[in-house]
Design a protein around this ligand. Structure first.
Ligand SMILES: [Fe+2]
Ligand SMILES: [Fe+2]
Length: 202
């Protein structure tokens, strides 16, 4: 199996890459990371579905996001398989403050709410994508490593899909500027979780 291609920060528009120590910090909590990841897939499906409800009529959005909903639900059910194989139960888990911090950065007036929701969703996909690449390179179970390699690719496409949707509806300059601002907030949101073992902690 080939290792994932090195991720460039520019490619994912992340303001800072994950440091080399992250996997070492979560290594002994892998089951917790997997539970957190299962919840994340469910939330990703829910985010895409809620945007379909809220932004009905925006050209191309429903079709593109319905594919995302289906893919995220597929990831969720495959995560349930992963947990079952390992004898781990999908328990409730206090989420990292990451997503709620990012949601707070969404501007309350339209059409900026729409732009920010797309870009925040894109950044969450980008960070997840980066973390999945790290997991694929480091987990010992070869099946799990292959699964993460596959997810890395899908989430990279989701990142592109969300940011392209923003560019379809707003000027490229506006999107670029706001993406830079939100990418900085994304790193602060990541730090807010401290070192609790979560997919989106520091
Ligand atoms: Fe996913
Ligand atoms: Fe995704």
């Amino acid at each position: 199996m080939n290792a994932p291609a090195p991720l460039s920060r520019q490619m994912l528009n992340l303001a800072e890459p994950t440091d080399d120590g992250w996997f070492d910090r979560v290594r002994d909590h892998l089951d917790t990371i997997l539970i957190d990841h299962a919840h994340l897939e469910k939330r990703a499906a829910s985010t895409a579905l809620s945007m379909i409800f809220r932004y009905t009529g925006r050209a191309g959005l429903a079709r593109q996001l319905s594919a995302v909903v289906q893919e995220e639900m597929d990831h969720f059910s495959r995560m349930l398989d992963v947990l079952e194989t390992r004898g781990v139960e999908l328990i409730r888990l206090e989420p990292a403050p990451y997503a709620s911090r990012l949601v707070k950065a969404v501007r309350p007036q339209e059409p900026y709410t729409f732009m920010d929701k797309l870009l925040v969703a894109g950044l969450i996909e980008a960070r997840s994508c980066e973390r999945f690449a790290i997991l694929s390179e480091n987990v010992e179970d070869p099946e799990l490593a292959a699964f993460y390699r596959e997810l890395f690719e899908t989430e990279a496409m989701h990142y592109t899909l969300y940011t392209n949707l923003a560019r379809d509806h707003f000027s490229k300059e506006e999107v670029k500027e706001r993406l830079l601002e939100l990418a900085k907030i994304e790193v602060e949101a990541l730090r807010a979780g401290g070192s609790i073992p979560r997919l989106h902690s520091f």
